[in-house]
Ligand binder design. Structure first.
Ligand SMILES: Nc1ncnc2c1ncn2[C@@H]1O[C@H](COP(=O)(O)OP(=O)(O)OP(=O)(O)O)[C@@H](O)[C@H]1O
Ligand SMILES: [Mg+2]
Length: 334
C-alpha cells in the first residue's frame, strides 16, 4: 500500500546540509498497522511527511496505493492527498471552529453540499465516539477528545491510508490506550492501512503488525513483529520483549517460542540428557501484535564453549535460542 524506494531527503539550512533520509526502503502492506520507532532526529517525521509529499524527497520514489506520487502534477497530487489522512501530535484544530466544522474542513473543496458535509461529519464523529460534541469548540475538549476530532477530520476524505506522527505522545497512558484502540478498530472496520510514528515500544506492542527501527536517516531493521521476534539479535525484538539484565554467572540463554508451544519438556529433557543444572531465571508470555509469544531465560553452568552441545540441542528442537551473556564469545563462534 505504501512503498518507498531509496528515499533520500537533504535539508539545507544556514549553509549546512542535513541528510535526514539516507536511502529508506519501506514497505507497508494493505490493511496493516505499521509502526516506525527511532531516537529523536532519526528522520521519522521526515519520512512520514515524504509519504504524502508534504515534504518533497530529494530523490527516490514514493508509491501509495499504486501511484507514484513524485511524478504527479500539483492538481493530481492534491486529489491523491485527500485519500491519505494525517493525524498530528498537537491535533492542529482550528480554535474558532466547532468540532463539526473542523471535521468538515477538508470537505469544503470537494463539491459536497453543506448538508452532505454536515451528514458526513456527523457520521465520522459518531464513528470516533464524539457524536455529542459536534457543537463544542476545541478548547472545551480533553486531549483525547481533541485527538478523536483530529482522527475524524483525517477520515473525511475516506482515505485508504492514515498517517500518524506521534498522535498519542501528548496524552496520558489511559487516553493513549483508548486512542490506540480506536486506531485499531478503524484499521479493522474500514480496512484502513495505518503508518504511525512513535517513540513508545508499548504502542508498537499493542497495535502494530509490523515495525521499523530508524537510525540516522536509515531503516536498520524492519518486518512483521513475529518475524522480528524470530530474528536472532534483533534490537526491536529485545526492546519489545525485555528480559532484564544479564548479570548472573554462567551462560544465559534466551529462548523465544510461540505462546502455546510448551518449552518446559525440552528443558527437562536437556537437563536429563546432558546432566546439566538448568536454572530458569525468568519467563513470560506476552501478546505482541495480537499473538502470544513466550520468552524464557535460562542459566547454564560454565562458559559458552561448555554449552555448545546443549544449546545445539535446544536449536534442534526448533526453538529460537539466543545467547544473552558471553555474547562476545558467541559472535566469534557463530
Ligand atoms: N525543515 C528542516 N530543515 C532543516 N533540517 C531539518 C528540517 N526538518 C528536519 N530536519 C533535520 O532532519 C533530521 C531528521 O528530523 P526528523 O524531524 O525527521 O526526526 P524525528 O525522527 O522525527 O525526530 P523526533 O523524534 O524528535 O520527532 C534532524 O536532524 C532534523 O534536525
Ligand atoms: Mg518527529
Amino acid at each position: 500500500m505504501i512503498t518507498t524506494t531509496d528515499l533520500t531527503k537533504v535539508f539545507r539550512a544556514d549553509g549546512r546540509e542535513t541528510l535526514a533520509l539516507d536511502g529508506v526502503d519501506l514497505h507497508v502492506r494493505p490493511g496493516e498497522v505499521y509502526g516506525v520507532v527511532g531516537t529523536s532526529g532519526a528522520g521519522k517525521s521526515t519520512l512520514i511527511r515524504c509519504v504524502n509529499l508534504l515534504e518533497r524527497p530529494s530523490s527516490g520514489s514514493v508509491v501509495v496505493d499504486g501511484r507514484e506520487l513524485t511524478a504527479l502534477a500539483p492538481k493530481q497530487l492534491r486529489e491523491v492527498r485527500r485519500s491519505i489522512g494525517m493525524v498530528f501530535q498537537h491535533f492542529n484544530l482550528l480554535a474558532r471552529r466547532t468540532v463539526q466544522q473542523n471535521v468538515e474542513l477538508p470537505l469544503e473543496l470537494t463539491g459536497l453540499t453543506r448538508r452532505q458535509r454536515a451528514a458526513k461529519a456527523a457520521e465520522l464523529l459518531d464513528l470516533v465516539g464524539l457524536g455529542e460534541k459536534a457543537g463544542s469548540y476545541p478548547s472545551q475538549l480533553s486531549g483525547g477528545q481533541k485527538q478523536r476530532v483530529g482522527i475524524a477530520r483525517a477520515l473525511a476524505g475516506d482515505p485508504k491510508v492514515l498517517l500518524s506522527d506521534e498522535a498519542t505522545s501528548a496524552l496520558d497512558p489511559e487516553t493513549t490506550r483508548s486512542i490506540l484502540e480506536l486506531l485499531r478498530r478503524l484499521n479493522q472496520e474500514l480496512g484502513l492501512t495505518v503508518l504511525l510514528i512513535t517513540h513508545e515500544m508499548d504502542v508498537i506492542k499493542s497495535v502494530c503488525d509490523s515495525a521499523a527501527l530508524m537510525r540516522r536517516g536509515r531503516v536498520v531493521e524492519s518486518g512483521t513483529l513475529s518475524d522480528l521476534l524470530a530474528t536472532p539479535g534483533s534490537e526491536l525484538a529485545r526492546a519489545l520483549f525485555p528480559l532484564g539484565e544479564a548479570s548472573v554467572e554462567g551462560t544465559l540463554v534466551d529462548i523465544t517460542f510461540q505462546g502455546d508451544s510448551a518449552v518446559q519438556p525440552f528443558i527437562s529433557q536437556l537437563a536429563r540428557t546432558y546432566n546439566v543444572d538448568i536454572n530458569i531465571i525468568g519467563a513470560a508470555v506476552e501478546t505482541i501484535g495480537g499473538r502470544q509469544v513466550g520468552r524464557m531465560r535460562v542459566q547454564l553452568p560454565g562458559d559458552f564453549e561448555d554449552n555448545v552441545v546443549p544449546i545445539g540441542f535446544l536449536r534442534e528442537q526448533g526453538l529460537q535460542v539466543e545467547i544473552a551473556s558471553g555474547a562476545r564469545v558467541v559472535e566469534g563462534a557463530a
